[in-house]
Write a new protein. Sequence first.
Length: 737
Amino acid sequence: MEEILEFRENEVGEVAHLLNAIRTQIADSLLENDEEKFRHFLTNAINDGKVHRDVFGLNPILHGLQTALLAIEEIGLRRDAVIAIMLYTCVTDGCSTLDEIEKSFGPQVVQIIRGLQKVRELYKKTPTVESENFRNLLLSFAEDMRVILIMIADRVNVMRQIRDTDNIVAQRKVAEEASYLYAPLAHKLGLYRLKSELEDLSLKYLEHDAYYMIKDNLNATKRSRDQYIEGFIGPIQEKLENAGLKFHMKGRTKSIHSIWQKMKKQRCGFNGIYDLFAIRIIIDAPLDKEKMQCWQAYSIITDMYQPNPKRLRDWLSVPKTNGYESLHITVLGPQNKWVEVQIRTERMDEIAERGLAAHWRYKGVKSSENSMDAWLAGIRHALEAGDDLQTMDRFKMELNAEEVYVFTPKGDLYKLAKGATVLDFAYHIHSGVGNRCVGARINNKNVSMREILHSGDQVEILTQSTQTPKKEWVNYVATSRAKSKIRLALKETQAKEGLFAKELLTRRLKNRKIEFDEGVMNQVIKKLGYKVVSDFYKDVANENIDVATIIDKYVEVRDYNLKLNAPAATRSAEEFVYENPTEQMAKGNDDVLVIDQNLKGVDYSLAKCCSPIYGDDVFGFVTVSGGIKIHRNDCPNAAELRKRFGYRIVRAKWSGKGQSQYSITLRVIGNDDLGIVNNITSIISKEEKIIMRSINIDSNDGLFSGNIVVMVEDTSRMEVLMKKLRTVKGVKQVIRM
């Protein structure tokens, strides 16, 4: 039998204190015998020996009570949520069942516990939780908004308790999740105090030295700072009142986390932060006089204190894309200290605090019922209204009405449209994966490629090298992206089959010393009953039709034409189609590129902006559609791609030389001498395996400049050609575009 959880001496007293505080706070929402039944559940859980301390050595019973009180005081949660918090441990440790809890406390409590359990299941899939997709999946799984609020309160409580833990690895993981998952959620819900605490505590555990450096500096200057803010506000308040403005003012010091972010962004020390002090002036102005009164306040303040023009932020004239409007200035106050002043109206302040919800109301825009921001804004309004969250049902929503979120076995998270299937997901990952897909394993269960995905599914795509796309696959997918990729793959397969079949027929005809004629073959195809030429060539490639039969029919048609039409040669000449050998060579692409970690066979295309060729130092860039574009390392767009989309850059290198030819453009500049164009074209024509596609030259005031497009095999031949062109008399410069 496992060891029974033992309460330490200080924990017993704290439990009693917390229970009394909770009872006092939510007494009006408790039902008869709630407390007695609650004590019964906890006592049984402890006596059964199934409740144990967590990885930090924290008592789960005590932790639940602490979280419950925090949720009451900071968020305003009441009976159902509080009981769910305190009994959640009993359910997860197997001490109580959901049926027992529902019988004692009702379905609302069970609904919240079930939501917490579903969220816990997500974490077992080791997800990459720093993504926006995981945040949205978390919200969709919770369903009941109180689950999200409880998770935020629980994380704040954990962060408060793990200061002295020896488990540094677990402490760091919790702090990282608080920083990039729970703090943003708290911010969206308007829980700004909890958001700031999560950010500050995360900084404390993740960057200990930075946190205490800033904290010590703030503590050393707190009294003088408070006096300074009070002294700064006083004269401004008097001036604004004399101007007849209706307003109120707020003064504050930035959070430790905010100060640290500014220090890193501005690359300066603590004393170099301009806006350590921040003053907000909120003006009560009619809509038609808002800008005028804000600029009036700006004029009054800048007359009193010297502004820093480089720090002026005018979001009055041009609001931010999210609707934020405000006027930010930084002025040099008394004692030569910089102070940030934000000037806005009551309407602007509400939009800044409540975000899109207030913006919609002022702009008359209706939000979608299934919008994530609308849902979060609704919760925020409920919290601010202090209505004990009785309107909870209004804010329930299922995000899977619009989209689903699924995991890979490694924990990567992908967002797809509602109704997406396994095949959709395969093509979402990569065209090559989709083309070879034969099914999947969802939550360790084998399913077909037509299986519809649901949020939270863990999906492993199964592939076979012999698999090829089929026409009916278009009916197996829900997304336009997958449909277009399937159609493209079918076209490519069709083209390959056509080339193979045509080559086979040409070779067999040649063996019998018969010339291949496209017109005659088209007649044969019609006589064999084919309405679509590609279907004929597909059957030839798949050996569904005997080649000997086709040749016999070909000879029959050819002979018949010759007998009936004596001048057949003239007719054939009229129908002859000349295939430009340059174009054929341009299409060849049998050189081999290795993408990323020795992945071969990945679909890629060469970027037109820099036209890489064999021998160039190159890299791959994953496009929005999922394909890979190959760029030269010295591509004019390379620096911007690496700066803005570094996470989409993959390594690439040439690994095999084929017979491919590539189109390159050479820029030639020089003196406009007689015969210089002939000399240039003569050199190009004499080079082996180099074909000139076009030449375009302009001449002005005795100078010429032009672009020459040629087909070359690799960089070595290109460099030889450029070297020879530079030797032409009158040529000053030859560069590759």
